[in-house]
Design a protein around this ligand. Structure first.
Ligand code: GAR
Length: 224
């Protein structure tokens, strides 16, 4: 059955664009029923309109409480017939009111290798910390921010001289690949959640040794 998506954005919407492109290319059996933003100026809304998708802006500052804002979002999403929530750079903390309404069909992308660097400035935090591998994570959402079961992660190198912007750009390239891929798996009914673990059917190969791969940065020299 085709997924009925609501994509929530607060900014540029480049992940939204990657998802739209994958759906239009026939790679994901899904329909975007609504693109919702808390910000009038979010470029993601423009992107959605260019593709003829329904859009709604709900300004969070017009609500006295997070709960009231979440109730308004739930109403819009339901009235557009969506039941799978795709958080794509949506920079508001969701309350249990929202999460319980759609759980477990809420997924998020975060620009870090969770559980490292949670929060709103993951790329800056990773660059500042001096890690040599950064990355991104697509995960199911639970009631704790950036904590739900991991579906897929991608790691990228961080090199001397990198900053928030260069690391962020490298991460974003992989966000645009793993988010549509995760949605495809979801649409195919291939993901099952067992506690903290997400299984991808059919069973994944349990490789050990050199064939399992592994990313080392800076790269190992010959002989190591
Ligand atoms: C992306 O890097 C996404 O991972 C991040 O916001 C950016 C949105 O870009 N999300 C978070 O930091 C959530 N905590 P986009 O609007 O171009 O897709």
């Amino acid at each position: 059955m085709s997924l009925a998506l609501a994509v929530l954005v607060s900014g540029s919407g480049s992940n939204l664009q990657a998802i739209i492109d994958a759906i239009e290319a026939g790679k994901i059996d899904a329909e975007i029923k609504l693109v919702l933003s808390n910000k009038e100026t979010a470029y993601g809304i423009e992107r959605a309109k260019k593709h003829g998708l329904p859009t709604v802006v709900i300004n969070h500052t017009a609500f006295e409480t997070r709960e009231a804002f979440d109730r308004a979002m739930v109403q819009e999403i339901r009235s557009h017939g969506a039941d799978v929530i795709v958080l794509a750079g949506f920079m508001r903390i969701l309350t249990p009111i929202f999460i319980r309404e759609f759980f477990p069909k809420i997924i998020n992308i975060h620009p870090a290798l969770l559980p490292s660097f949670t929060g709103a400035h993951a790329q800056r935090d990773a660059a500042g910390y001096g890690v040599r591998l950064a990355g991104c994570t697509v995960h199911f959402v639970d009631e704790i921010m950036d904590s739900g079961p991991v579906i897929v992660q991608a790691a990228v190198p961080v090199n001397a001289g990198d900053d928030e912007d260069t690391v962020g750009a490298r991460i974003l390239e992989y966000e645009h690949r793993i988010y549509p891929q995760a949605l495809k798996w979801l649409a195919e009914g291939r993901l099952t959640v067992d506690g903290r673990h997400v299984h991808l059917a059919p069973s994944e190969a349990a490789l050990i040794g050199p064939e399992a791969g592994g990313l080392v940065n800076p790269p190992l020299e010959e002989g190591f």
